[in-house]
Design a protein around this ligand. Structure first.
Ligand code: ARG
Length: 584
């Protein structure tokens, strides 16, 4: 059981193979000219080129072979050798009646897939820079899990860098380290107060260090001592880290984003020394200007790729060092098939260096995929990176709160959720806000920048999360009405007519969209698909009778189509991390 296009690809592929032509060229996809045909196969041209034959003749031979098949209502050759295909309504009925698991076939990949989509830095406020990683990564994880992959989402906190030295230095200078050391982790007020304190103290310390080279040196020295686990630095750090993690967990939970592993850079510290020794023994790492580095150039490089610094001259370790050591640990603990990093595009050089270093060092072999799935910037309506009105860094929690306020206004404008008590209404506004934020992000190609325009993305019209929620709830309330009238439709026979056909065909595309999202780590394929599905439902709803249909068989068939549509919409939204309210 898979998508309709995949099923047709098998058939057409076999027809190619029977003519001694490559099976893959029989790939069938949904036609991009629905006015001409439902499906198309463009492989005859490439096959003809390879076989040094006339493309239309090759197409004709395929068409002849397929015409004995009664699942096609039309097979035609167009232009230089495109094969256009329509399927019969009987085939479509049959396909949808037997549809299981939305047509998604489970993967046979057994090894783990590690997804790295967190990266918040402890003691620093989480800001919108962390939003895209979380939203995209969480969606990719949910989508892959649905396909049966064994994923592990790692938050990979930044907890081992100079920013820690700055903050600890500030506490010690002010002789206030005891506020941290004596903090009672069970007292949530005290914990919150400390998080607020970090939010003020870190920018102060960092600003001071940037102005004053002595303070910067002090911060570096403390960082090196911390990395040697010297006291009192290490104890202060441990406490700061646990407090900070509490805050992060709350923010991620608020976004509905989950991780399996709550690890950070510091967790791999003990892997660093043996890794560096090994690299030295293999004559890959060497000393340059006091630092220990590894060359990562390649003969094919068009621009220069600088060496990766493993240890600075003062002994401190770098961002790249912890990333390499993390790969050592992940290989040892999980021996994964893939490690996917959903991290800002601007870090591409960093990942290029890290991936080359670990391959060179044989820490990973060619059976392991390493991918930096980078993303573009979230901009404000002025086209510049998103900021607060005052030009400061927008905290993630503030952004969520803004979206919830706006969602409430939108619900009022649209006269929705009016008959609910406060608790339910608050929950609906929250779900609308999360749908708005996530869908606005996920619908874009991952690599492109996008404009975060709260007015537009919270609208109940257009290509928005709220529109999709609204359509899904609308179908579900229609089905509830049918139930209230005691109309049974779950086991109805499907009757596909002109008005039903487009919606029915789309229901057979789910697994194509899902597979593309997985292959490219790009949830926008699934977004595109459900938006089309919701729109198609909307015209179906406008063009034909459903509950008011007098022919009872047709009425049940249409209700069943509605039911299948609602299920697909709800499942796809769930895979994007978007949750549908019961009513609206
Ligand atoms: N902490 C980093 C930052 O804020 C992001 C970490 C991403 N993940 C990784 N394995 N490097 O830029």
């Amino acid at each position: 059981m898979t998508s309709i296009a995949q099923n047709l690809s098998e058939l057409v592929g076999s027809a190619f193979a029977a003519q001694d032509l490559p099976r893959e060229l029989g790939q069938v996809r949904v036609s991009d000219r629905p006015d001409l045909a439902q499906f198309q196969c463009n492989g005859a041209m490439a096959a003809a080129k390879q076989a040094k034959k006339n493309p239309r003749e090759v197409a004709q031979a395929i068409v002849d072979a397929l015409s004995s098949n009664d699942i096609f209502s039309k097979i035609e050759i167009a232009g230089p050798g495109f094969i256009n295909l329509n399927i019969t309504d009987e085939y479509l009925q049959d396909y949808l009646t037997n549809l299981e698991n939305f047509g998604v076939e489970p993967t046979d990949e057994d090894r783990k897939i590690i997804l790295d989509y967190g990266g918040p830095n402890i003691a620093k406020a989480m800001h919108v820079g962390h939003l895209r990683a979380a939203i995209i990564g969480d969606a990719v994880r949910r989508i892959m899990n649905f396909k049966g992959y064994k994923t592990l989402g790692d938050v990979h906190m930044g907890d081992w860098g100079t920013h820690m030295g700055m903050l600890i230095g500030d506490y010690i200078r002010e002789d206030e380290q005891n506020i941290v050391l004596n903090a009672d982790m069970n007292d949530s007020n005290a914990v919150q107060k400390l998080m607020d304190d970090f939010a003020v103290r870190y920018p102060k310390a960092s600003g001071a260090a940037k102005e004053n080279p002595e303070l910067m040196q002090e911060a570096r020295d403390i960082t090196v001592k911390l990395q040697d686990k010297a006291e009192p630095y290490y104890s202060i750090w441990q406490k700061i880290r646990s407090i900070s993690v509490e805050g992060m967990k709350k923010t991620y939970a608020h976004l509905g984003v989950e991780f399996d592993l709550w690890k950070g850079e510091a967790d791999v510290h003990d892997y660093i020394a043996p890794m560096v020794d090994d690299l030295k023994a293999k004559k890959l790492a060497y000393t340059s200007e006091g630092a220990c580095v590894i060359d990562v150039t390649d003969d094919q490089d068009k621009k220069e790729i600088p060496p990766l610094i493993l240890k600075k001259s003062d002994g401190g370790v770098m961002y790249g060092t912890t990333d390499c050591a993390t790969i050592v640990e992940r290989m040892k603990l999980y021996s994964p098939a893939k490690m996917i990093y959903i991290v800002d595009q601007r870090q591409s050089l960093h990942f290029q260096q890290v991936f080359r270093a670990v391959r060179k060092a044989d820490i990973v072999n060619d059976n392991v995929e390493l991918t930096h799935a980078g993303f573009g910037t979230m901009n404000g309506t002025d086209g510049k990176p998103f900021k607060t009105r005052e030009g400061g860094v927008m905290r993630l929690e503030d952004l969520i709160a803004m979206a919830i306020d706006k969602a409430t206004v939108r619900l009022n404008e649209a006269n929705l959720a009016t008959d609910m008590d406060d608790a339910e209404r608050t929950d609906v506004a929250y779900k609308v806000a999360i749908a708005a934020i996530k869908f606005a992000d996920l619908q874009n190609q991952r690599q492109s920048d996008y404009i975060f325009d709260l007015d537009r993305l919270t609208s109940f019209e257009g290509k928005t999360g709220p529109y999709l929620l609204y359509q899904t709830v609308r179908i579900k309330s229609l089905l509830k009405k049918a139930e209230a009238q005691n109309i049974k439709f779950e086991n109805a026979a499907l009757i596909i007519q002109e008005e039903d056909r487009n919606l029915a065909l789309l229901l057979g595309e789910f697994s194509d969209a899902l597979n593309l999202s997985i292959q490219n780590y790009a949830p926008h394929y699934l977004c595109e698909y459900i938006h089309k599905l919701a729109q198609s439902f909307s015209s179906f709803y406008g063009n034909c009778h459903i509950l008011s249909e007098e022919n009872e068989d047709l009425r049940s068939s249409r209700l069943l189509l509605c039911h299948k549509t609602a299920n697909q919409l709800e499942k796809a939204l769930e895979l994007l991390g978007i949750f549908v309210p019961i009513r609206m």
